[in-house]
Write a protein that binds this ligand. Structure first.
Ligand SMILES: Cc1cc2nc3c(=O)[nH]c(=O)nc-3n(C[C@H](O)[C@H](O)[C@H](O)COP(=O)(O)O)c2cc1C
Length: 208
């Protein structure tokens, strides 16, 4: 990747990432750059390793312009170098066969154990609430990992929850299998993200 920074410190990545809203529109990411980020994002953990996410990539003026009104014309949609829509997979149990066949082939799992786990998964996926929650939380981990991977590569991001999910599904003909979770703009900051603070640790932590 052109923006690759070597030996970045994970602690700097964690503390320096900001929600960046002003981008250098002239900064281009290649398809390979974006694929590298998505591959890193896809290393996120997930329940049973089912990888309950799907990425829709808006890369280039035409695609980003089309998305803009759906995200209420937030400037970062068209000024970033790409926007990744993170979708949650409501039918990730369908991934189990391929994932566990690979584990069996590589000697990481016995066929018997795979059958037991697939039974658990199919049981869980009978439950609509579980499917929705799993789509949400697992894909959100991939979203976070995408933002950190981008920061590690010297890029900036903004997570965007403010978009019309119904219009998104209609406009881009998203299958009922997927739930739109959030959009993530990726690019080079022209202005730093606003400084933010966090609640005190006391307030957000309970020690038992
Ligand atoms: C799920 C989610 C949805 C968000 N939606 C928007 C949004 O629609 N528009 C926007 O400008 N920022 C959005 N943000 C960015 C937040 O405002 C920002 O992350 C927060 O203020 C903390 O700042 P920081 O990311 O710079 O640490 C969103 C962030 C998250 C995690």
């Amino acid at each position: 990747m052109s923006a690759n920074l070597t030996n970045v410190d994970i602690f700097n990545v964690l503390t320096e990432r900001r929600a960046v809203k002003v981008y250098d529109k002239s900064y281009k990411l290649s398809k390979e750059d974006i694929e590298e980020l998505l591959t890193l994002a896809g290393r996120a953990p997930s329940a049973w390793n089912l990888q309950q996410w799907h990425f829709v990539v808006f890369h280039g003026d035409e695609a980003q312009q089309k998305l803009s009104p759906i995200a209420f014309n937030q400037a970062q949609i068209t000024e970033s170098s790409a926007v990744i829509a993170i979708l949650g997979d409501l039918e990730a149990n369908k991934n189990a066969e391929e994932i566990f066949a690979n584990d069996i082939e590589k000697g990481r799992m016995t066929p018997e154990l795979a059958e037991v786990i697939k039974g658990q998964i199919n049981g869980a996926y009978q439950n609509a609430e579980y499917k929705r929650d799993a789509a949400n939380h697992n894909s959100s981990l991939a979203a976070m990992q995408l933002m950190l991977a981008a920061k590690g590569k010297g890029l900036d991001t903004c997570a965007i929850g403010g978009f019309n999910r119904k219009a998104f599904v209609e406009e881009f003909q998203i299958s009922e299998r997927y739930l739109p979770i959030m959009l993530i703009t990726v690019g080079k900051a022209l202005a730093p993200g606003r400084e933010t603070d966090r609640l005190s640790l006391d307030k957000i932590t309970t020690w038992l």
